[in-house]
Design a protein around this ligand. Sequence first.
Ligand code: PLP
Length: 453
Amino acid sequence: MKYKSTRGGVAGLGFTDALLMGLASDSGLLVPESIPDVTSQLDDLRHCSFVELAQRIVGMFVDDIDTATLNRLITEAYSTFDHPEVVGWHALDNVTVVELFHGPTLAFKDVALQLLGQLFQHVLALRNQRLNILGATSGDTGSAAIAGVRGQDNVDIFILYPKGRVSPLQELQMTSVPDRNVHCIEVDGTFDDCQRLMKETFADLDYKAKYQLGAVNSVNWARVLAQIVYYGYASLKAPAAAQFSVPTGNFGNVFAAYLAQRMGFPINKLIVATNENDILARFFATGEYALGQVHQTVSPAMDIQVASNFERFLYYYFDEDSERLNGFMSDFAATGRASLDVIPATELFAAVAINQQQTLAAMRDIKTRFGYVLDPHTAVGVAAAQQLCGAEEPILCIATAHPAKFPEAVEQATDTVPTHPSLDALSGLAQRKSSLDADLSAVKRFLAESVPA
Ligand SMILES: *Cc1c(COP(=O)(O)O)cnc(C)c1O
């Protein structure tokens, strides 16, 4: 399989080059040159374990790592999960919760970032190359990315996060990691400052090349690829064509679901569930993609206005026509809004914004009726499903985090404080972090002084 950019400026790239490139060099996003069709293999794939299915699906998109090695990397990646089938499955009434939070940092991002860590390690060793990962986080990405690459010889990872604005637990999940290749940097500013500093550092192409900078955010194709697997897996486990409700921020997770559907897995509905940051819900209702204010909510991993993976969806919506995509994206960049001539809500997609009160009410309702505790992101998806589906209609709700990661919101909704042994084990550990001003030259100087020679 070869990869090309949504913007039309890159084509014919192998998988491992796509993995290391992250964002395409023409500022677009990398996508596969074709989408494999699994329709004729479904009966066979239905019998696969999660790891076997991952090996089959990822193998269809990778032809520059030999099969035995790729299969081993995939097995290693998922050996860190504490659920025997990697993905948990919890039936309530018509709602079935698909638990993706059984990895080392208790968020669904582990499913992709554990594999990314294995892939980086293998590819960099083979090429005798180093990578210095620079990332910005408002919470979950930082710890999951660190857990994916900690202790590796050829990688150092630098995570910028806003001082005092990530939860104490999320900070501890990052700063308590003792490996020397991990660098946590609290920035005196907001998450937007961190993201801007990261983007401006990457934009200095000489600096990026000199210090071999790489990215782990969800613009990296390998993250989307790893996420296709659980949609295929869950759809084959469901008794009828699957409907999914997906708590959405950067559109990476639900985009993977869309690709699984395009590959021929039995999926017939995707609910894009957002919190008050509703740019995507408005888009699917009206065809207009218009920037709004960022609202702080109880589901902070979804407090995003510009969803970086949305470009991949638009590219397919425009029938892989880069020129139409470029027109849309440049309108949006210039004015903060762009629109389609038609309303894009389709047979396949529905979207809805869920407010804070509805989120907390869903948590309370599910706890009361079933004794099951939702995290506030998963609750957005469940509330969306309750709003858009009939009471009898089966729906699979993607659970993106373990409730113990967000104890304040869970306590507010249910009067119980959820715990998890791996989070309890962090208390009292030594922390290690550096502090910087929200200043580009300070960040660049810090990186230059910290990367191994
Ligand atoms: C990252 C994250 C999301 C949003 O996922 P996207 O792929 O950005 O749409 C939702 N919930 C949790 C807990 C997350 O960490």
